[in-house]
Design a protein around this ligand. Structure first.
Ligand SMILES: Cc1cc2nc3c(=O)[nH]c(=O)nc-3n(C[C@H](O)[C@H](O)[C@H](O)COP(=O)(O)O)c2cc1C
Length: 254
């Protein structure tokens, strides 16, 4: 089994690890130009961004050739995913790939403009996440065929928001809302966790306006020196089952 994943703050990496098999980071596959994925079972684990797929996952799928007997997709989300899994199914179908199984897991919402990490941690208990992951693991083992279905209203909302989210000119420049405080010691963690190589410079981060807006640089800064202008609080998140070094290994671009 091959599990392709993208993760900014570790939720998806944790889920991918729990699924097992060969884990392949999408930012690393993109960096190496690997777009042919063959296996008996191939799956994707990624977060919901703006009720749809992260742009880098969408772009990867647009170039990828996936050949497998059984294909699945798991999305983690925080509060409202609307029809993100239907968007994912459409992205596979565009490539002529049939998705056999899809599911989603509610975890801590890392979207700082709207949610506050402390209350998210209280709301999302490990036990219920574990139950959900265990069910998904056994579904995939049994090669269960079922995709989450959405009604027309949900699909319409997801279509509208995903069109906005897919507007890269707008999203890429959202790093204009990041500020860096004097606590920055130039350690380079932000550069190393950025999945799209958007951070230049050898000291303080210099954003290059091709931002994925995944917020990895903000959440994972060891000095908590990077802020979003409209963040709800300065509390940060990394999934407790995942190490910073694993996210660096997954996302580092240079
Ligand atoms: C830019 C951005 C957009 C997001 N949009 C949504 C959303 O539309 N719905 C939702 O429920 N969660 C949303 N989230 C929350 C993430 O999907 C969720 O926290 C996910 O588990 C993070 O996975 P990761 O830790 O592997 O990066 C968003 C997060 C970010 C950073």
């Amino acid at each position: 089994m091959k599990v392709l994943y993208f993760s900014a703050t570790g939720n998806c990496l944790y889920v991918a690890k729990r699924l097992g098999g060969e884990l392949l980071s999408i930012p690393q596959l993109q960096k190496k130009g690997i777009y042919e994925i063959t296996g008996d079972v191939v799956g994707i684990v990624c977060p919901v961004y703006g009720f749809t797929l992260p742009n880098l996952v969408k772009e990867y799928l647009e170039k990828a050739t996936i050949k497998a007997e059984y294909v699945f997709s798991i999305m983690t989300f925080g509060n409202l995913s609307i029809a993100a899994l239907t968007q994912m199914k459409k992205a596979f179908e565009k490539q002529g790939v049939q998705l056999h199984y899809s599911n989603q897991i509610r975890m801590v919402d890392n979207y700082l403009p709207i949610f506050e990490v402390s209350s998210q941690l209280k709301k999302n208990k490990d036990e219920s996440i574990e139950v959900k992951i265990n069910n998904i693991v056994s579904d995939i083992k049994e090669r269960k065929q079922s995709c989450v279905k959405h009604g027309g209203f949900q699909k319409s909302i997801s279509n509208i928001i995903s069109a906005l989210w897919g507007n890269k000119k707008m999203v890429n420049k959202r790093d204009n809302n990041f500020t860096v405080s004097e606590l920055c010691n130039g350690c380079g963690t932000c550069r190393n966790v950025c999945p799209v190589g958007n951070i230049a410079g050898s000291g303080k981060p210099e954003y290059q306006h091709r931002c994925e807006f995944c917020l990895a640089c903000i959440h994972l800064c060891p000095k908590n020196a990077i802020h979003l202008k409209n963040e709800r609080s300065d509390k940060r998140f990394i999934n407790p089952h995942v190490k910073l070094s694993e996210l660096i290994q997954a996302n580092k671009q240079d």
